[in-house]
Design a protein around this ligand. Structure first.
Ligand SMILES: Nc1ncnc2c1ncn2[C@@H]1O[C@H](COP(=O)(O)OP(=O)(O)OP(=O)(O)O)[C@@H](O)[C@H]1O
Ligand SMILES: [Mg+2]
Length: 384
């Protein structure tokens, strides 16, 4: 029976992936809360959570370090088993990159030369995939420390969920690639230019950009070149961690056809790359009113009986019927998902009336993530 607890049995890392806005941050936080309530020591690594959710987890003031969520806050919303702890952190790609530079730098001087370099300061925030890569880097660091039973990783709001899987390769390709090598070789472009002194072009450039761009470039790449082996080695280890037996992916999607299609595609990529697919979470599902579409006339007269206003009753009835059409569409798309990834768990979460921005909201989500299929159907038919 599909429940997150069963899916995660024997796993140390759970990665919630999916396309933009589908509910990755919400699902990650809910999974972490649910597992902590079941006695595990869990840390959720969130990325850019909505401010209210961050506030309610006590994350408003925090940087890049894990912080324990007040246990009383959690036990207010359900039974908490002995030993469970919920920790949370907000990932900051720039800070993680800085920490990585500090680790790989030969000495303090080399470190400061990179950190204070204006090119680095631009690149570390903007490098393609750096946010994805840094998320994994932090994951790797926490995993190596071994402080937690389970790490739940939220993934960045990328347009395409696959960006995340490819991030380590993209970073190593960038480092190994021609563009960077041109700068790094001692006889490279930057060295040649920098060696030439201030030509007319350079002084014009300097006036335009306001600082000595090429000198900064040259200095950055020279300082950075000493760290490349460290970065590459780390990139390979991070990739290996993604494919580890104790790592599992939960793919979050919405019930719309294109979102389901993307989840199916992501599933196939995981299989192809021999990574573990734990299951799919279909979020914001509209549930049907019953097993059959109701008739407008019957529904109107039933509603009229409740509110004694025939016009209003008909308007509400029409709306309900339209909603039922959307719900039927959702059900059809979910059936396609189930069939395509046959045998893999699919968990549905209904479209709730309000945003999920606190522990109570996460607990509500957990009524679906952590119950078995039969109970979930009952919840839905009870109108919950
Ligand atoms: N089942 C639900 N019912 C109602 N609202 C929901 C549900 N799930 C998530 N939300 C709300 O939808 C919004 C987006 O969710 P969330 O931030 O988790 O998405 P995301 O996939 O992390 O987005 P991004 O790709 O931008 O990081 C949030 O305001 C959240 O509270
Ligand atoms: Mg998010």
């Amino acid at each position: 029976m599909a429940s997150v607890e069963n899916i995660l049995e024997g796993n140390r890392i759970c990665i919630c992936a999916g396309s933009g806005g589908v509910g990755k941050t919400t699902t990650s936080a809910a999974i972490a809360l649910g597992m902590a309530a079941r006695g595990f020591k869990v840390c959720v690594l969130t990325i850019d959570p909505a401010k209210r959710l961050a506030d309610s987890l006590g994350l408003e003031q925090l940087g890049n370090e894990a912080t324990m969520v007040d246990p009383e806050l959690i036990s207010e919303h359900g039974v908490q088993e002995e030993g469970g702890e919920l920790w949370a952190m907000m990932l900051d790609a720039k800070e993680t990159f800085d920490a990585l530079v500090s680790r790989h730098a030969e000495d303090e001087e080399a470190r400061d030369r990179v950190l204070n370099n204006r090119i680095y300061q631009q690149i570390s925030g903007a490098l393609a995939g750096s946010q994805e890569y840094m998320a994994m880097e932090k994951l790797f660091e926490l995993h190596s420390e071994g402080r937690f039973d389970l790490l739940v990783l939220d993934t960045p709001p990328s347009r395409n969920a696959l960006d995340f899987l490819n991030a380590p390769q993209r970073l190593t390709q960038f480092i190994e690639g021609k563009s960077l090598q041109v700068f790094i070789r001692p006889t490279g472009f930057a060295a040649r230019i920098a060696g030439r002194g201030a030509g007319v072009a350079l002084s014009v450039l300097k006036r335009l950009v306001g600082f000595d761009l090429l000198a900064d470039l040259s200095e950055f790449f020279t300082a950075f070149s000493g760290m490349i082996d460290g970065f590459q080695e780390r990139g390979h280890r991070v990739s290996a961690l993604l494919a580890d037996d104790e790592t599992t992916f939960i793919v979050v999607c919405g019930p719309q056809a294109d979102q389901v299609e993307e989840a199916v595609f992501f599933h196939s990529k995981l299989v192809e790359q021999k990574m573990n697919f734990g299951g799919a979470v279909v979020n914001r599902v509209r549930y049907r009113l019953g097993t059959k579409a109701p008739k407008l006339k019957a529904l109107t007269s039933k509603l009229d009986g409740e509110i004694s206003n025939p016009e209003l009753a008909e308007t509400i009835a029409r709306n309900l019927l339209e909603y039922d059409v959307l719900a039927q569409r959702d059900a059809k798309n979910i059936a396609v998902l189930r069939k395509t990834i046959s045998g893999e768990p699919v968990i549905r979460i209904p479209y709730l009336d309000t945003d999920v921005h606190d522990i109570a909201g996460l607990s509500e989500i957990n009524r679906y993530l952590f119950t078995n299929e039969k109970e979930r159907v009952d919840l839905a038919s009870n109108g919950n």
